[in-house]
Design a binder for this molecule. Structure first.
Ligand SMILES: *Cc1c(COP(=O)(O)O)cnc(C)c1O
Length: 342
């Protein structure tokens, strides 16, 4: 039996996200694709403090405050949306932030543009690290944190994407919100929905999956991976779900095989690298609906959805919700590549 919302054991939370976000019908794009298409606009959780990470940070930063932190440490790619959202949210709550960002050569870091510029404007300190160091980031986090403690500071470490058993509660709340959204539509919950989204660190998927089980949301959740592969995400998403179930003693019938669906094959040239056909589709969506997908996540997930539908128009059923998880600032440093497809 799904729990009523009062029974969902949410951890403490701070208000950061402008929610509920709208669920918009996209009839022009839907008609092209031969489906009933909606978009859940989590790109509208804020202006600079925007995207899916804001929902997760509501829970993680509540814990940081509870722990008496004065500085948060987190990590990501050079143009990380998560790092930018953390920098802004931390400042808003009166905390400092330090970001470990990945770049091939830390002695010549990327230019001050897109998310990086916002990180700096929000007062964040950036520590550039190599891809090899990034693999050992937990050691670097510990080293930084212990140096900070020695100088009397109170550091709090937020993992990549705030994708742990705590941050993922942000997407349990989103599942509850979607349940409300669907009740407002004709056909309501009677016909199943497919929810399609981009997966990067797995927390959004885990939160939606656990949230659907907790609320009884009648939807199939499809995760399109933008890095690594299907096996990696079955493990990553599965572990977060299992950690949530154990840590909060949730009585749920969950299994990796039954509850996780990863559609692989759309990483393209690699994480944060674009193909012209992906950018062309971002252009198509922008000029058809006035909505901007991002090149790193939502553009690739949307591209994957379109390709799968071209193979089989019925593969996701008749009603699809594309979850727009944000990322617009990652589009800005791609001007030269975008100029090629206009
Ligand atoms: C981080 C991010 C994602 C992926 O979410 P995860 O919870 O890390 O899997 C998707 N879209 C955008 C725009 C993001 O910044």
């Amino acid at each position: 039996m799904p729990a009523s919302s009062r029974e969902i054991p949410y951890p403490p939370r701070v208000n950061l996200a402008r929610i509920p976000t709208p669920l918009e019908p996209l009839s022009r794009l839907g008609e092209k694709l031969g489906i009933e298409l909606y978009m859940k606009r989590d790109d509208l959780t804020g202006t600079a403090l925007t995207g899916n990470k804001v929902r997760k940070l509501e829970f993680v930063l509540a814990d940081a405050l509870e722990c008496g932190a004065d500085i948060v440490l987190t990590c990501g790619g050079a143009q990380s949306n998560h790092a930018r959202a953390t920098a802004i949210a931390a400042t808003k709550l009166g905390l400092h932030s330090r970001l470990l960002l990945r770049t091939p050569d830390p002695s010549s870091p990327p230019p001050l543009e897109g998310n990086i510029m916002l990180d700096r404007l929000a007062g964040s300190e950036i520590v550039w690290i190599t891809p090899d160091e990034y693999k050992r980031r937990n050691e670097i986090f510990e080293r930084e944190a212990s140096a900070l403690r020695k100088s009397g500071r109170k550091p709090y470490i937020i993992p990549e994407g705030a994708s742990n058993a705590l941050g993922s509660w942000g997407y349990v709340r989103a599942a509850e919100e979607l349940l409300q959204d669907l009740q407002g539509l004709s056909g309501g919950q009677a016909d199943p929905f497919t929810i399609i989204h981009a997966a990067g660190s797995g927390g959004t998927a885990a939160g939606l999956i656990v949230g659907a089980l907790l609320t009884g949301l009648n939807a199939r959740i499809i995760s399109v991976n933008v890095c690594d592969d299907r096996d990696y995400f079955l493990r990553a998403i599965g572990k977060i779900c299992e950690d949530m179930i154990a840590a909060y003693r949730l009585d749920l019938d969950f299994s990796r095989e039954k509850n996780i669906s990863v559609v692989d094959g759309y990483v393209g040239r690699g994480y944060a690298l674009s193909r012209p056909e992906e950018l062309a589709l971002i252009y198509d969506v922008a000029r058809t609906e006035g909505i901007f997908l991002d090149p790193v996540y939502t553009g690739k997930a949307y591209f994957g959805m379109v390709q799968e539908l071209e193979r089989d128009r019925h593969c996701f059923g008749e009603r699809v919700i594309f979850l727009h998880t944000g990322g617009i600032f990652g589009l800005l440093p791609k001007a030269d590549e975008i100029a090629q497809i206009l």
